[in-house]
Design a protein around this ligand. Structure first.
Ligand code: ATP
Length: 369
């Protein structure tokens, strides 16, 4: 059993820095949880507290059924994989992988079995006699993973393990680590600042800001139902468009208005908006680039949600185009098929899929469900 529970965990560093505030999380056995958020939000500090490399100021940490606040890192049944690999340069790959087991006085035969099995899983069997300097970045990262696997820990802790790799290798290793997780079925807590990595790897993602959990849910839920503007803006690329405006109720229908924008809100949302008391008030409309459409079919389906836009730049990405548009002085991005070509200055009509739109309280920045 490798459940990891963090109950009301706080971390205060000397000098009054509160890095983690009232952190509550229950990581299930075999779950792959990703901590994601901008630099300085407390991801690494939280991971290091789980590892035992950083003291917990207040709160309780459990690994399995054991409270481990005061248990030494080596006795926590965890293995950590770092960004900089931390391999011993003078040792071969084999020796690097065997080192931790040797320290723990495993028999030669057991060490050999575990190292060769891990090398096999990671496809580095042919590299066992090399020294780290004779390996590529991706191979070094595999060795670092291998060194963690041979320990057969209850929990893997990974701190930005892919950030030193080039973009292509990162995508490849992302899938490798997922496959590895499926194969060895161990609980993983993984830290990254990269939202794509979080979205593609996590069973669950924990979005953090200033030491506080903003949302903890499956990638799909976080993407489709962000709890607030911070999460909505952080998850997704290109980022969600935000437009500040006002909700007006006239003759039974509710409209969102901003300079040169007037779009009808779907009736299904009315009750929630009335309950939230935001009619006649400032709100923020959030709409993802893929929910702003240029095709005739959408323009006729959503006649009450049309933008008159002017193209500023069109970025051709291969399979799609990001059109940077200006509407009433507001910059937005729409993501359309690569069949379309737009030059700067083109005037066009775009339709918003208002069923996919998000409305946020302009003061609290919380989502109005
Ligand atoms: P990054 O992605 O840049 O690594 P992070 O989300 O992992 O960021 P942490 O490294 O956990 O963030 O840092 C959280 C906060 O705690 C930051 O404000 C940081 O400056 C502060 N901090 C981290 N380590 C210490 C320390 N040893 N002493 C004082 N403050 C620290």
């Amino acid at each position: 059993m490798a459940r990891v529970q963090l109950n009301s965990i706080w971390k205060k560093y000397t000098g009054d820095v509160v890095a983690v505030k009232d952190f509550n999380l229950d990581v299930q056995d075999k779950e792959f949880v990703v901590f994601v958020g901008p630099s300085g939000c407390g991801k690494t500090t939280t991971l290091r507290m789980i590892a035992g490399l950083e003291d917990i100021t207040t709160g309780d940490l459990f690994i399995g059924d054991r409270r481990v606040n005061d248990v030494a890192p080596k006795d926590r049944d965890i293995a950590m994989v770092f960004q900089n690999y931390a391999l011993y340069p003078h040792m071969t790959v084999y020796q690097n992988m065997a080192f931790g087991l040797k320290l723990r006085k495993f028999s030669k035969a057991e060490i050999d079995k575990r190292v060769r099995e891990a090398a096999d899983i990671l496809d580095i069997g042919h590299l066992l006699d090399r020294k780290p300097k004779a390996l590529s970045g991706g191979q070094r990262q595999r060795v670092a993973l291998g060194r963690a696997i041979v320990r057969e820990p209850a929990v893997f802790l990974m701190d930005e393990p892919l950030s030193n790799l080039d973009a292509k290798l990162r995508v490849q290793m992302r899938a490798e680590i997922r496959k590895l997780h499926q194969r060895i079925q161990t609980t993983v807590v993984y830290v990254t600042h990269d939202q794509t990595e979080a979205m593609t790897m996590g069973d669950r993602i924990v979005v953090m800001r200033d030491g506080v959990i903003q949302q903890s849910d499956t990638p799909q839920q976080v993407y489709n139902h962000p709890a607030n503007m911070f999460v909505a803006g952080f998850i997704g690329s290109p980022a969600m468009n935000f437009v500040r405006g006002e909700l007006i109720e006239e003759s039974g229908s509710i409209t969102f208005r901003a300079p040169e924008i007037s779009v009808k809100i779907p009736e299904g949302r009315y009750q929630a908006l009335r309950n939230a008391g935001v009619i006649g008030k400032q709100v923020v409309l959030g709409i993802r680039p893929e929910d702003i459409h240029n095709e005739e079919m959408y323009l006729s389906t959503y006649p009450d949600a049309i933008l008159n836009a002017r193209v500023e730049v069109a970025e051709h990405m291969g399979s799609e185009v990001y059109i940077h548009i200006s509407v009433g002085g507001q910059s937005m991005i729409s993501r359309v098929s690569s069949r379309y070509h737009y030059s700067p200055g083109t005037e066009l009509k775009l339709a918003l899929d208002m069923n996919k739109a998000h409305i946020f309280n302009a003061e609290t920045e919380e989502t109005i469900p």
